[in-house]
Design a protein around this ligand. Structure first.
Ligand SMILES: NC(=O)C1=CN([C@@H]2O[C@H](COP(=O)(O)OP(=O)(O)OC[C@H]3O[C@@H](n4cnc5c(N)ncnc54)[C@H](OP(=O)(O)O)[C@@H]3O)[C@@H](O)[C@H]2O)C=CC1
Ligand SMILES: Cc1cn([C@H]2C[C@H](O)[C@@H](COP(=O)(O)OP(=O)(O)O[C@H]3O[C@@H](C)C(=O)[C@@H](O)[C@H]3O)O2)c(=O)[nH]c1=O
Length: 284
C-alpha cells in the first residue's frame, strides 16, 4: 500500500517517518517541496499515476504565522490552492486524503473548548488561508480526514520547544506570553494518530480536532520545558501587549477532542507527559 507524504521533510513529515519506522509500517513515500510540490498539478498527476496511492497525507503548508501577514498571496497559494490540488488528485485516483489544519482557524475569544461544529473565524492570515484550504478540500472530495491540531513541537525542525532551548542557552532571562492559552501537541503523537487512522482503514471521514490533553499558556509551557531540561533560566510572564507580533494570535485556542476519541477510538496523551518524552529524545 503506497502512502504519499507531502511536506515529508517538515516537522510532521519527519515524525511520521519516525513512528512508521518504529511500528514497521511500510509504503510511505516522503516527498520534499521539490519532489512533491503541491503547486505543480502535472507533477502531482505523475506521482499519483506512478504510485496509485491508497492515502495521501498533506503535511505541506506555509507555517510562518507572522510572515504570512505580509505574504498573503503565497500563504493562500500553499495553504488553499496547494491543498485543493492534492484533494483534486485524490478525488481522481480514489485516494483518501489526510490533511492537517490548525487551532488558528478560531478567533479564540471564548474560554471554552471548541468542537468541530463551532464557527471558525480566523484572526490572522495563516489561520484564514488554512480555513480556506479545509473548505476547498471538503468541496472537492468526501474521502478526507482533516485533523486540526495546535502548538506542534518535536525533536525535529523548528518549533517553540527548540526555540526556548536555544534562547535559554543564550540568555539568563526570557519573557514569555502568559495570556495566550492552548494545548501543546507532540507531533510524534499526532503522527501516531494519523497512522492509526490509516491502519484502522476507517471510513469515518470528516473534520476532527486533535491536540495533546490539558491546557497551558506559552509561559507555563516554557517553564515546563526548562524544568524538564534542567535549565536555570528565569522566565518572566508577559501580557500579549508586552510582546508585539505582526500576527494576532488567539487568546484561548483549546479544542474539544471528543469526536476523534469516540468516532476513531484515538487515545491522547497529556501534554506534560509527551513533553517529557520529547525532552528525553532531545537529550539523547
Ligand atoms: N507547527 C505548528 O505548530 C502547527 C502546524 N500545523 C499544521 O500541521 C502541518 C504540518 O506542520 P509542520 O510539519 O509543523 O510544518 P513545517 O513548516 O515544519 O513543514 C511544512 C513543510 O511543507 C513544505 N512546503 C512548503 N511549500 C510547499 C509546497 N509548495 N509543496 C510541498 N511542500 C511544501 C515546507 O518546505 P520548506 O520548509 O522548504 O518551505 C515544509 O517542509 C501543517 O499543515 C501546519 O499548518 C497545525 C498546528 C500547529
Ligand atoms: C520566541 C518567543 C515567543 N513568544 C510567544 C509568541 C507567541 O505568542 C507564542 C508562540 O510563538 P511561536 O512563534 O513559536 O509560535 P506560533 O508560530 O505562533 O505557533 C503557531 O504555529 C502555527 C503554525 C500553528 O498552527 C499554531 O497552532 C501555533 O503552533 O509565544 C514569547 O512570548 N516569547 C518568546 O521568546
Amino acid at each position: 500500500m503506497n502512502i504519499l507524504v507531502f511536506g515529508g521533510v517538515g516537522q510532521l513529515g519527519q515524525c511520521l517517518k519516525k513512528v512508521a519506522d518504529t511500528r514497521g509500517i511500510e509504503g510511505l513515500i516522503y516527498l520534499d517541496e521539490i519532489q512533491g510540490n503541491i503547486l505543480d498539478k502535472e507533477l502531482l498527476k505523475g506521482l499519483f499515476e506512478q504510485y496509485q496511492p491508497k492515502y495521501a497525507i498533506n503535511c505541506a503548508a506555509y507555517t510562518a504565522v507572522d510572515k504570512a501577514e505580509d505574504e498573503i498571496d503565497l500563504s493562500r497559494l500553499i495553504n488553499k490552492t496547494g491543498a485543493e490540488n492534492v484533494a483534486k488528485a485524490c478525488a481522481q485516483f480514489n485516494t483518501t486524503l489526510i490533511h492537517i489544519s490548525t487551532d488558528f482557524v478560531f478567533e479564540g475569544n471564548l474560554a471554552k473548548a471548541l468542537n468541530e461544529e463551532d464557527i471558525a473565524e480566523p484572526i490572522n492570515v495563516y489561520g484564514l488561508t488554512k480555513l480556506e484550504g479545509e473548505q476547498g478540500i471538503s468541496q472537492i472530495t468526501s474521502q478526507y480526514f482533516t485533523l486540526r491540531t495546535s502548538w506542534l513541537y518535536s525533536e525535529f525542525a523548528n518549533n517553540f520547544v527548540k526555540t526556548m532551548l536555544r534562547l535559554g542557552k543564550e540568555r539568563d532571562e526570557l519573557g514569555v506570553i502568559i495570556d495566550q492559552v492552548g494545548s501543546p501537541t507532540y507531533a510524534v503523537d499526532l503522527a501516531g494518530c494519523i497512522l492509526e487512522i490509516i491502519t484502522s482503514k476507517s471510513d469515518a471521514y470528516g473534520l476532527y480536532h486533535y491536540s495533546n490533553e490539558g491546557v497551558t499558556s506559552w509561559y507555563d509551557f516554557a517553564k515546563a520545558i526548562f524544568e524538564l531540561s534542567d535549565y536555570s533560566v528565569r522566565v518572566k510572564p508577559l501580557k500579549t501587549s508586552e510582546y508585539p507580533t505582526k500576527a494576532t494570535r488567539p487568546t484561548y485556542s483549546v479544542m474539544d477532542k471528543s469526536k476523534i476519541k469516540s468516532s476513531l477510538g484515538i487515545q491522547i496523551p497529556y501534554w506534560r507527559d509527551s513533553l517529557t518524552v520529547c525532552i528525553k529524545e532531545l537529550k539523547s
